[in-house]
Design a protein. Structure first.
Lengths: 378, 383
C-alpha cells in the first residue's frame, strides 16, 4: 500500500508558521522537499535542542516539523537560487510559502511567474493575516495570531490574564487549512487542468478553531468571557482527586453518577430529581461541581476515571502530555513511531498519524540533514 | 465550480467535532445530507449563530434509525453517497447496522469515516469522551496555566475544532486516493490522536529528556521572545499580545515605548512589568497599530465583539458572511478561513431547519413517492 498523496511533489519554503502543512502532506505520502536557505531553515535554530547543544541538526523543534521531508538548499534572493527554484517547480505540484505578501513577486518567483514555468502548480501562502486587507503587512507570532483570532480572550481564570495553551495552535490550524486548501486545489486541477493560489490567514484559521465565541455574538450579541476551567457549556470543570486533577463531566449517565456518590455516602447535595434535567444541571453547575469536588477528593484519579468510564460517564485525567508516551492505549495502537537518527545514534519516538486511512498508510520518517538531497534534485 | 461539486456526504455527525468536518466539505461544494432525529441536541437558532455556523450549507433529514424502515432509507442513501461519516462512540454504527462491511456491500468505493474519541481499536476504544476530556488527556488543560499555577482553562472544546478540521483533510485525502485508485476505504480518526499530534515538538522532547512538562503562562513556545506575552491595556478587560523575537524588533520596540535598551538583559518578569506600565496607559488598538507600524508583532486580544464587529482585516477578507434564509431573514455566519483563487470555497447557505429537506432528498435521491413518504411520516419513521 502507498500513501494517499503518493506521486505528488511539494516544494516547502515555509518557516515555522506554515511548517505543519508540509508535514501533513508528507504524512499522507507526498514527496515534500524542504527548500532551505544555505544556512538552514529558521526552524533549525529554534529550541529545544538534543542534549541542549544548539546545532542545525539537533533542533527537536525542526525534527518534529521536518520529519519525512527531503532537503535542498538554495537562496531564492539570488539569481542562481531563483533559477534553481524555477527548475524545481517544473516537476512539482505544490509550493508552500510564508513570506510577507508580495515578497516572492519582488524576487521574480511569485505564483504567477512560477505558473509560467508550470501552469499546474498550486501555490499555498500562509501569512499572519492573508494576502489582502489592511493588516496584510502586519506581523504575528503564534501568540499574536491566537490573540487576534479570538482564542486567548476566553481562556484563563476569570480574574486573571488571557492564557495560551500547549503548542503553536495558530500555526497548526493554518497548516491544517493550508493542507485542506492544497488537496482541494489538486482535486480541482483534475477538472480545470490548472493550478491556483491558496491564501491562508493565521488569524482566520484561529477564528475557524473557535467554538461558541463568534456564534453567540452573531446570535445574541453575547461576549464570552474567561471562566477558568468551567467550560462554556457549564457541563465540565476541573476538580481535584487525592493525587491529581480530573475533568468532571455532568453529561453522560447522571443516574449512575448519583448512585455511585450515594453509595459513598456523599450524594445528598445533588440527589435532587430536578437535576435529572440537563438544563437544570447547566444552571446549577457551580453547586454541582462543588459537591463533585468534595466527593472526588476521596479517590485517586485512576480510581475515579476508571469507575466513571465503567458507568459510561465521560471523566478523564487532567495530565501532562508525556503521559501519552506511557499510555497503553497509544501503545497498542502504535501511535508513536520509533525513528532512527543515524547521525546521532539514537532512536526517537515520533507522534504518528492524526487519522488512519485503511488503504493508504500514514508515513513517518526522519528529518533531513541540511542539503541532504541537493545532489538528487539538482 | 467548487472542488467537491458532485460529491455526496451522508452525515451522521452530531455535537461539534463531526459537524466541523462536514461544514468544510459543504463549503467546498459537497452535497452534505445531515441525518438527524427529533429531539437531538442543538444550540438555538438553527439558521445562524453557533448552530448555523456548524450546519451551514447542509441539508437536514430526520430518520428514525431504530425502525427497520428508517435504517433501510439510511442504507439506500449510503448507496448513492461518496462519503459516510459519523462521530459516535466506536460501537454505535456497528450496533445500528451501518458498519463499514455493510456499507461497502452497498457501495464498493465508499469512503467511511469513523470519527470516534479513542479510535476503533485499543483498550480504551469504548471509552466515552467529549472535547474537554480529550484535551485533558493530551496535556492542553494542565498546561494552560501560569507557572506553578492550577489549570485555568480551556473555556471551550478546542479539541472538537482541531479534530474536526483534521477530519476534513482525511476526507479530501481519501477522495483523492479514490480518484487515483478507484478504491474507497475506512478512515479511523481518533480525536484523541488528532489532538495529540498537535501537541507538537514537546512530545518528542519529553520522550528524549524524560522531564516533566510545566506550565509556562504566555512564554514563547517557538523562538525565544522577550518581551513575549499578554499585557493589560486601558479600559476594562482589555489586553494586547506582544512578541519581540529579534534584536531589530527589540530596537524598534524600545524606540516606540521608550523602555531602556538594556532592560532586555534583565529578568523576564522585570521586563514584563516595564511593558505593562507602558501598555496600561494605552488603548489596546492604538498600541497595536503603533507597534505594528514599527515592525513589531502585536495585536488586540480579541473578544467576540472585536473579532466579529470591529476587526477590519476579517471584514476585508469577507470572513463573516450574511446569508439569506428562506424565511426572508439574514443570518451572519463564519466562512472558510482559506481562499482558493480559482475555485473558492464559500458558505453554501444557512443552517437547515430540522428535517427541512427530508421530502426533497427522499424524492430526488431515492425516487420515493409522496404517498410513500407520507406513510413513513405517519409512522414516525421519517420527519
Amino acid at each position: 500500500m502507498t500513501g494517499a498523496l503518493q506521486g505528488i511533489r511539494v516544494l516547502d519554503l515555509a518557516d515555522e508558521k506554515g511548517a505543519l502543512a508540509g508535514k501533513l502532506l508528507a504524512g499522507l505520502g507526498a514527496d515534500v522537499v524542504l527548500v532551505e536557505p544555505p544556512g538552514g531553515s529558521r526552524l533549525r535554530s529554534i529550541p529545544p535542542f538534543w542534549q541542549g547543544t544548539a546545532d542545525a541538526e539537533r533542533s527537536i523543534f525542526f525534527w518534529f516539523y521536518a520529519a519525512g521531508k527531503r532537503s535542498v538548499t538554495l537562496d531564492v534572493a539570488t539569481r542562481a537560487g531563483a533559477a534553481r527554484l524555477r527548475r524545481l517547480v517544473a516537476s512539482a505540484d505544490v509550493l508552500i510559502e510564508t513570506e510577507p505578501p508580495g515578497r516572492l513577486d519582488e524576487l521574480g518567483v511569485g505564483a504567477d511567474a512560477l505558473r509560467e514555468v508550470n501552469p499546474r502548480l498550486v501555490v499555498a501562502s500562509i501569512t499572519p493575516f492573508g494576502q489582502r486587507g489592511p493588516y496584510r503587512s502586519w506581523r504575528a507570532s503564534d501568540t499574536v495570531a491566537q490573540a487576534m483570532g479570538g482564542m486567548l480572550y476566553v481562556n484563563g481564570h476569570a480574574d486573571g490574564p488571557p492564557l495560551r495553551t500547549l503548542g503553536l495552535q495558530a500555526y497548526h490550524q493554518a497548516g491544517i487549512f493550508a493542507a485542506i486548501g492544497i488537496v482541494s486545489a489538486l482535486l480541482a486541477r483534475d477538472v480545470t487542468g490548472r493550478g491556483q493560489d491558496v491564501d491562508v490567514s493565521l488569524q482566520a484559521s484561529v477564528a475557524s478553531a473557535l467554538e461558541h465565541v463568534p456564534g453567540f455574538w452573531h446570535q445574541a450579541g453575547l461576549v464570552g468571557h474567561r471562566q477558568g476551567t468551567m467550560h462554556w457549556t457549564r457541563y465540565f470543570r476541573v476538580g481535584r482527586c487525592r493525587d491529581g486533577w480530573v475533568m468532571h463531566c455532568t453529561l453522560g449517565d447522571w443516574t449512575s453518577l448519583i448512585e455511585w456518590m450515594k453509595a459513598d455516602g456523599m450524594g445528598a447535595a445533588v440527589d435532587d430529581p430536578a437535576l435529572e434535567d440537563i438544563k437544570t444541571r447547566q444552571a446549577q453547575a457551580e453547586r454541582i461541581f462543588d459537591a463533585l469536588d468534595a466527593w472526588a477528593a476521596r479517590y485517586t484519579v485512576a480510581e475515579l476515571t476508571e469507575g466513571a468510564q465503567l458507568r459510561r460517564i465521560p471523566y478523564a485525567a487532567v495530565r501532562a502530555p508525556e503521559a501519552l508516551l506511557r499510555d497503553p492505549h497509544f501503545a497498542e495502537r502504535g501511535f508513536f513511531v520509533p525513528i532512527e537518527h543515524p547521525g546521532l545514534g539514537i532512536t526517537v519516538p515520533y507522534p504518528g498519524a492524526p487519522f488512519r486511512l485503511g488503504d493508504a498508510p500514514w508515513r513517518v520518517a526522519r528529518p533531513p540533514r541540511l542539503g541532504e538531497h541537493d545532489s538528487e534534485l539538482a | 465550480m467548487r472542488p467537491l461539486e458532485g460529491t455526496r456526504v451522508l452525515d451522521f455527525t452530531w455535537v461539534v467535532a463531526g459537524p466541523v468536518t462536514t461544514r468544510i466539505l459543504a463549503d467546498l461544494g459537497a452535497d452534505v445530507i445531515k441525518v438527524e432525529r427529533r429531539g437531538s441536541l442543538d444550540f438555538g437558532d438553527r439558521r445562524g449563530g453557533l448552530s448555523g455556523t456548524l450546519m451551514r450549507g447542509k441539508r437536514s433529514i430526520v430518520l428514525n434509525l431504530n425502525d427497520p424502515r428508517g435504517l433501510d432509507v439510511a442504507r439506500r442513501l449510503a448507496a448513492v453517497s461518496d462519503v459516510v461519516i459519523d462521530n459516535f462512540s466506536a460501537r454505535v454504527m456497528t450496533n445500528l447496522g451501518l458498519d463499514y462491511e455493510t456499507l461497502i456491500a452497498l457501495r464498493p468505493d465508499i469512503v467511511c469515516v469513523r470519527m470516534t474519541g479513542f479510535g476503533l481499536t485499543g483498550p480504551d476504544r469504548d471509552h466515552v469522551s467529549y472535547g474537554p476530556t480529550l484535551q485533558a488527556l493530551t496535556g492542553y488543560t494542565l498546561l494552560m496555566a501560569e507557572p506553578d499555577g492550577p489549570p485555568a482553562g480551556f473555556g471551550y472544546s478546542y479539541s472538537d475544532l482541531a479534530g474536526g478540521n483534521l477530519g476534513a483533510l482525511a476526507v479530501l485525502a481519501a477522495l483523492w486516493h479514490r480518484r487515483r485508485t478507484g478504491r474507497g476505504q475506512l478512515v479511523d480518526l481518533a480525536q484523541l490522536e488528532a489532538v495529540a499530534c498537535l501537541v507538537g515538538p514537546t512530545l518528542v522532547a519529553r520522550a528524549l529528556d524524560g522531564a516533566a512538562s510545566a506550565p509556562a503562562g504566555n512564554a514563547s513556545q517557538e523562538a525565544p521572545g522577550a518581551p513575549h506575552g499578554v499585557y493589560p491595556c486601558a479600559g476594562e478587560d482589555r489586553w494586547i499580545a506582544i512578541t519581540v523575537f529579534t534584536d531589530e524588533e527589540w530596537r524598534a520596540f524600545a524606540r516606540v515605548t521608550g523602555i531602556a535598551d538594556d532592560a532586555r538583559r534583565g529578568s523576564a518578569a522585570a521586563l514584563d512589568r516595564l511593558v505593562a506600565d507602558w501598555t496600561r496607559q494605552r488603548v489596546a488598538e492604538d498600541a497595536a497599530s503603533l507597534l505594528q507600524r514599527a515592525g513589531v508583532a502585536a495585536g488586540v486580544v480579541a473578544n467576540a465583539e472585536d473579532l466579529c464587529a470591529r476587526d477590519p482585516q476579517l471584514a476585508a477578507r469577507g470572513y463573516f458572511v450574511d446569508v439569506p434564509t428562506p424565511e426572508g431573514r439574514s443570518v451572519r455566519i463564519d466562512g472558510p478561513p482559506f481562499v482558493l483563487s480559482e475555485t473558492p470555497a464559500r458558505v453554501s447557505g444557512p443552517g437547515p431547519l430540522l428535517g427541512e429537506h427530508t421530502d426533497g432528498v427522499l424524492a430526488t435521491l431515492l425516487g420515493m413517492s409522496v404517498d410513500e413518504i407520507a406513510a413513513l411520516r405517519a409512522d414516525h419513521v421519517v420527519g
